[in-house]
Design a protein around this ligand. Structure first.
Ligand code: CP3
Length: 363
């Protein structure tokens, strides 16, 4: 089963005209827009004073679960930066917590899952998909509060982790460099691997549908670490599951599929029926777009190196121009970083980047 692509589906959600005609959604459909739309992964985060103030005295997960505060952080970052879309403040790992895996974020250490999955029995003991998705109602509450507060012409992006990237955290118990446990599980216990991927997709389908029902008008799937796989392993162990999730995305909602280090996989990623392919900064944007079928088939998002926000301003803006040149002024390019904003970034540099992209592309 494949879904009707966003380009062809029309405004079946009945969005207000201002949002349907926004530069961001037009570009997701491959239509011309008055300027190149820009938003930035991790646009609400620790580089921003407002975020650090709201985060003070509470844990990261407490902030995610306080729907009013999560909405405030989302809306503030969007407005302060002047970007063309908001992304709901949350995390991909809340789904694993809802499935019954205890999750903590220790200061400076990143996420930790204290009961990692190591066999078929652990997969079988995960929570029921529909109920686990329903337990994430606080994300949908935050989406509703955010949409109420955003200007009518600014779409909100909902998101989830892709099954591979979520499975990697569930199996490793946290972040990883080599993904040794993940790959050992995948090769050594293939039936349990596929069962885990199925359970994740069964949970993510209703979760994404609920985000759309709450008001998200685009969705991004983060497959951040899938670039560690070969083409053959991506095709055998991952693609069918990601494709099933992509096919189940509600009609009338553009799907952005993002990964890093994926230059060798980019055509396979595009084949999963994403409307927009996220390109990281180690991949050539023009080449990636061509290999995904070009502007006639798919839109692209990316791909400035986030580390440029730490360097001199003239270098930052010159490299932004290089990204725009790689897109060649063709309809269907959403400007973004190749990965999330680093916490050391200078807020004024981030804002200057957004202004620059708008000024350089307005016509
Ligand atoms: O982009 C946004 O502004 C929306 C919010 C958002 C966060 N995480 C907030 C966050 C999104 C879309 C994510 C997705 C996410 N989370 C991904 C995929 C994107 C990517 O970066 O590849 C991944 C892999 C995670 C898992 C995760 N969450 C890690 C590895 C960490 C620790 C690293 C870090 O930067 O601290 C987090 C924590 C996290 N998620 C923070 C934020 C703002 C920092 C938490 C804090 O200490 O306040």
């Amino acid at each position: 089963m494949t879904r009707l692509r966003y380009r062809d589906a029309g405004n079946v959600l009945g969005l207000p005209a201002a949002r349907w005609d926004s530069a961001f959604l037009r570009t997701c459909r491959g239509e011309r827009a008055p300027h190149t739309p820009v938003w930035l992964m991790r646009q609400a985060g620790r580089y921003m004073r407002h975020y650090r103030e709201r985060r003070a005295g509470r844990s990261f997960l407490e902030l995610c679960k306080d729907s009013e505060l999560a909405a405030e952080v989302t809306v503030y970052a969007r407005e302060w930066l002047g970007v063309d879309a908001a992304i709901i403040f949350s995390d991909i790992l809340v789904v694993l917590e809802a499935l019954g895996l205890p999750l903590t974020f220790a200061a400076g250490d990143g996420p930790s899952l204290t009961r990692p999955i190591d066999d078929a029995a652990a997969v079988a003991s995960l929570g029921a998909p529909e109920q686990s998705a329903a337990d994430l109602g606080y994300v949908c509450d935050a989406i509703r509060a955010t949409v109420r507060a955003l200007p009518a012409d600014i779409p909100l992006i909902g998101f989830c982790g892709a099954p591979f990237t979520l499975a990697s955290y569930a199996i490793e118990g946290g972040g990883s460099r080599q993904f040794a446990r993940t790959k050992a599980f995948m090769y050594g216990q293939p039936a349990a691997w596929h069962r885990l991927m199925e359970r994740l997709v069964d949970t993510l389908i209703p979760y994404l549908a609920a985000q759309v029902a709450a008001g998200a008008s685009a969705l991004q799937i983060f497959d951040s670490w899938v670039g560690c796989l070969t083409r053959a392993d991506y095709a055998a162990y991952v693609a069918p599951h990601t494709a099933r999730l992509a096919a189940a995305v509600p009609p009338g909602v553009p799907l952005i599929l993002f990964g890093t280090g994926t230059s060798h996989l980019i055509d396979l990623i595009a084949a999963s029926d994403a409307d927009v392919v996220g390109v990281d900064h180690t991949t050539d944007l023009a080449d990636a777009w061509r290999r995904c079928g070009g502007p006639g088939r798919v839109s692209v998002q990316g791909n400035l190196d986030p580390a440029l926000l730490l360097g001199p301003r003239d270098r930052l803006l010159a490299q932004a121009d290089d990204v725009l040149a790689a897109a060649g002024g063709q309809a269907g390019h959403i400007f973004n970083l190749g990965h999330g904003i680093l916490k050391e970034s200078e807020p004024d540099a981030v804002r200057a980047l957004v202004e620059h992209v708008h000024a350089a592309t307005r016509h």
